[in-house]
Design a protein around this ligand. Structure first.
Ligand code: G6P
Length: 476
């Protein structure tokens, strides 16, 4: 069995003495795939992402079961920053803002050529490594072309692809140039099986695959029901079927509950309690600083809460952890700066000598995130769009007293948690402020009850089972 993803399970840094230091990679994808660790025959193919990773490849240093591809840095930058994170991420999360974006010009075409080269490097490495009839699971929007390329090289393989993001609705996907849309869809349809986090994203893909001019739209189908697309790619006479499956990745309750009670988390709880102040309620959010997470509108909603409901002033603190992500791109850097600016503005406007309304941290610290989860009275998860959102699932599992969840209707997690969450339209700042007030005002018994049900729904499909289900489906 082989897994392919841009970000791998391990990354390296070069120390001052020239030694290589290995660290576990970050992100939801890596936690979801942790289950393959126990399969001795498995191979994880990923990109070298840093100078340390490239040095490790050069020195032949590596972990068992991991092969890092040293794709030339400029090709990787075009594919990862240019196409994956500036175009595909923006399309699937519907983040473009006219009149400036998007522009598909000669520069885009040049970057697209790198995206093809980068996908081909993966397809070739997988073709080289895979035993006859092996199962290969390709991950995410970085590698949409791999299934098609790999099928040409190795028709004997079982090929799966899993999307950890939403899929764009057909009208939005139609922004992409027609030949690019066709390449993306045909690339994906090279797989035997495509996996999505919710029925909504699977449906969107099927609508986009209905024809490159969008003329055939598949009928709506119930969430969770597997369906398939029959197709005859040009140059591939036999009719093939690609099956579509929905696998809603859940939180890992055992791991989280144990980890959240270790001494380093307790230490951070003590420090956070000091920052928050005695007896105050907490509204907690933890995100990568990234536009789809909608951190700015979350802060605006909190500001409106303080303005509409003066009774909360001095009695609540917004604990916002916004960990910088993809900082090579100006648009992500500017967003991080805007988050900081707005937090400072709210603190200047409403803060008093003994009360800081927003406690913002930007340095990634998993133990501190867990400490905040445990202290959460309210979790704010308001993305513009999100494949799943694991924070919405993790906070109710870990929170000490049970938390109320304010959740965007556009998060994949909403399909599973919507009943016990307070639902918000992520664009509606006034509505989000009202939802925060409702969450803070919830009776403790109701909050604890709801939090219990949220935690049960959140852990229905733990990561190991999520992965095994997909693999079984692909092999069957
Ligand atoms: C999302 C994507 C993953 C990605 C993660 C972190 O969860 O679906 O593929 O690894 O974000 O983003 P990064 O660009 O840092 O890998």
């Amino acid at each position: 069995m082989l897994v392919a993803s841009n970000r791998g399970p391990v990354s390296y840094t070069v120390g001052e003495d020239g030694s290589l230091d290995a660290k576990r990679g970050g992100g939801g994808l890596v936690s979801g795939l942790s289950a393959i660790g126990s399969d001795g025959d498995a191979l994880w193919v990923c990109s070298a992402l840093s100078d340390g990773d490239r040095e490790a490849v050069r020195r032949g240093v590596g972990e068992d079961g991991v092969r890092m591809l040293d794709i030339p840095a400029d090709v990787h930058a075009d594919a990862y920053n240019g196409i994956a994170n500036s175009v595909l991420w923006f399309v699937h999360h519907m983040l473009y803002q006219t009149p400036l974006e998007p522009v598909f010009d000669a520069e885009f075409r040049r970057q697209w050529a790198s995206y093809e080269t980068y996908n081909r490097a993966f397809a070739e490495a997988l073709a080289e490594e895979a035993a006859r009839g092996a199962a290969v699971v390709v991950q995410d929007y970085h590698l949409c072309l791999v299934p098609g390329m790999l099928r040409e090289l190795r028709p004997d393989l079982r090929i799966g692809h899993f999307s950890h993001t939403p899929w764009a609705p057909p009208e939005y996907f139609a922004m992409l140039p027609d030949d690019i849309r066709a390449q993306l869809v045909w690339g994906m349809l090279g797989a035997d099986r495509l996996g999505f986090l919710t029925g909504r994203w699977a449906q969107a893909f099927m609508s986009c695959a209905g024809g490159t001019d969008g003329e055939r739209i598949f009928p709506l189908w119930p969430s969770g029901a597997p369906r398939s697309i029959e197709h005859t790619p040009t140059g591939h006479p036999p009719l093939r079927t690609t099956w579509i499956g929905v696998h809603g990745l859940g939180a890992d309750a055992d791991f989280l509950r144990k980890r959240a009670h270790e001494p380093d988390v307790e230490e951070r709880m003590a420090a956070l309690r000091q920052e928050i102040g005695e007896g105050r309620r907490t509204i907690v959010r933890v995100d990568r600083t990234e536009l789809s997470k909608n951190i700015v509108r979350g802060l605006l909603a909190y500001r409106q809460l303080l303005s509409d409901h003066p009774e909360w002033r001095g009695r609540v603190v917004h604990v916002a952890f916004a960990y910088p992500s993809r900082q090579d791109l100006a648009v992500y850097r500017d967003y991080t700066a805007e988050v900081r600016r707005l937090a400072d503005e709210i603190n200047a406007e409403y803060g008093t000598p003994g009360w800081k309304p927003v406690v913002l941290h930007v340095k990634d610290d998993f133990a501190r995130s867990l400490a905040a989860y445990r202290l959460a009275d309210v979790a704010l998860v308001n993305p513009i769009r999100d494949g799943m959102n694991l924070v919405a699932k993790e906070v109710p599992v870990v929170s000490d007293a049970g938390c109320a969840l304010v959740l965007s209707r556009e998060a994949g997690a909403h399909a599973e948690l919507g009943e016990d969450a307070i639902t918000v339209n992520p664009y509606d700042v006034t509505g989000t402020a009202a939802a925060l007030h409702e969450a803070l005002s919830m009776r403790p018994e109701e909050r604890a009850e709801r939090s219990k049900r949220l935690a049960a729904a959140a852990t229905a499909l733990p990561p190991a089972q999520w992965f095994v289900d997909q693999l079984d489906a692909l092999r069957s």
